[in-house]
Design a binder for this molecule. Structure first.
Ligand SMILES: Nc1ncnc2c1ncn2[C@@H]1O[C@H](COP(=O)(O)OP(=O)(O)O)[C@@H](O)[C@H]1O
Ligand code: SF4
Ligand SMILES: [Mg+2]
Length: 327
């Protein structure tokens, strides 16, 4: 068996935001956006992270790369304590882990040309590079993401959402990072071009030897490209494992509900499928339900589910956070 290199790991990661007013700052209400996440990202894999809107995916993505500071927990990057990096070290090492953002148009500076947007990280991290070399690398990167060199002096507002996301991807990849975290990279795009952008990321991953974390609110987006998947709900993991285990042998009631909502192309299968609609809305992360946080919407919940945190069962290949072992 080959030993996989752990590129990034998180243990008991928490990110709380203080909100509202209180005379004593420590007594302000806390939004528990990420509330105890353990995960590993292995070199060369694609890890899909899925959960409905508001469950803490973007906060987790940012905390994993220290774009925001975690409140608690351990983060290891290539075996080093990422939370221990001082400002200068973090700025220098950022080139190793990059992010692709959800809203491509908003994440680009409207005053910079496409070429300038892509060149910016390169100029920050390799200021000694000659102008000609920067231009050469920018054009090579544009070609990789399917943009034409002749478009380099255009501005983001002249581009479609899909093209802007290609620029965002080029910007993230120009430094040749080890890891790219993509936060819902296609959710703001037209359905017709979503697959193109996902396939582009998958192709670039192979070509450049990248490791990807692909975040989506919809399981179908990560289905075909993930090696492993983590399903999360209200800041916590529900089910984590190899994609075939999670997709084909889902055990957690939340995963099953998400899977039942994924559209299927075959009308014969679609006709006999039962879509499991979850009652109610996502509870507030300020005051999450006791015990299992999913219990207020779980079709399998028992009285015990409110009394203690869900049991953790299975192995790293397929882990389930649920106390109902009869599922
Ligand atoms: N800066 C912030 N201050 C307060 N609450 C926040 C902040 N950022 C996110 N949240 C809250 O944290 C929860 C998780 O948000 P987010 O990570 O954006 O979820 P997702 O990306 O899954 O939609 C939400 O309830 C959101 O309102
Ligand atoms: S622990 Fe209980 S409430 Fe939570 S997912 Fe399992 S059955 Fe549902
Ligand atoms: Mg988000």
């Amino acid at each position: 068996m080959t030993v996989r290199e752990t590129l990034l790991s998180a243990r008991d990661l928490e990110v709380y935001f203080s909100v509202g007013k209180h005379i004593l700052p420590g007594r302000r209400k806390k939004v528990k956006a990420v509330n105890g996440i353990d995960l590993k990202v292995y070199r060369g894999e694609t890890l899909g992270i899925v959960g409905e809107s508001g469950c803490g995916k973007s906060t987790l993505a940012r905390a994993l790369l220290r774009l925001i500071e975690p409140t608690h927990g351990e983060l290891m990057w290539k075996g080093e304590n990422l939370r221990g990096f001082d400002k200068a070290t973090l700025a220098r090492r950022r080139r190793e882990f990059q992010m692709v953002f959800q809203d491509p148009s908003a994440s680009l500076n409207p005053r910079l040309t496409i070429a300038q947007c892509i060149a910016e990280p390169l100029q920050t991290h390799e200021p000694h590079l000659k102008r000609k070399e920067v231009e050469r690398r920018v054009i090579a990167m544009m070609d990789k993401v399917g943009l034409l060199a002749s478009q380099r002096n255009r501005y983001p507002h002249e581009f479609s959402g899909g093209q802007c996301q290609r620029v965002g991807i080029a910007r993230a990849l120009i430094l040749n990072p080890d890891l790219v975290v993509c936060d819902e990279p296609v959710s703001a795009l037209d359905v017709s071009i979503q697959a193109q952008v996902i396939n582009l990321l998958d192709d670039l991953k192979q070509e450049m030897g990248l490791t990807l974390v692909m975040i989506a609110h919809d399981l179908s987006v990560v289905r075909h490209i993930s090696d492993r998947v983590m399903v999360m709900y209200l800041g916590k993991p529900m089910e984590v494992g190899r994609y075939d285990r999670v997709f084909d042998h889902a055990r957690h009631p939340y995963t099953k509900a998400l899977l039942s909502a994924v559209p299927v192309a075959d009308p014969r299968i679609a006709r006999h499928r039962k879509v499991q609609l979850l009652p109610g809305d996502l509870p507030s992360p300020i005051d999450p339900p006791s015990g299992c946080v999913f219990r207020t919407r779980c079709p399998e919940a028992t009285e015990l589910c409110g009394q203690k945190p869900p049991a953790r069962s299975g192995s790293e290949e397929h882990r389930i956070y649920c106390s109902n072992f009869e599922l």
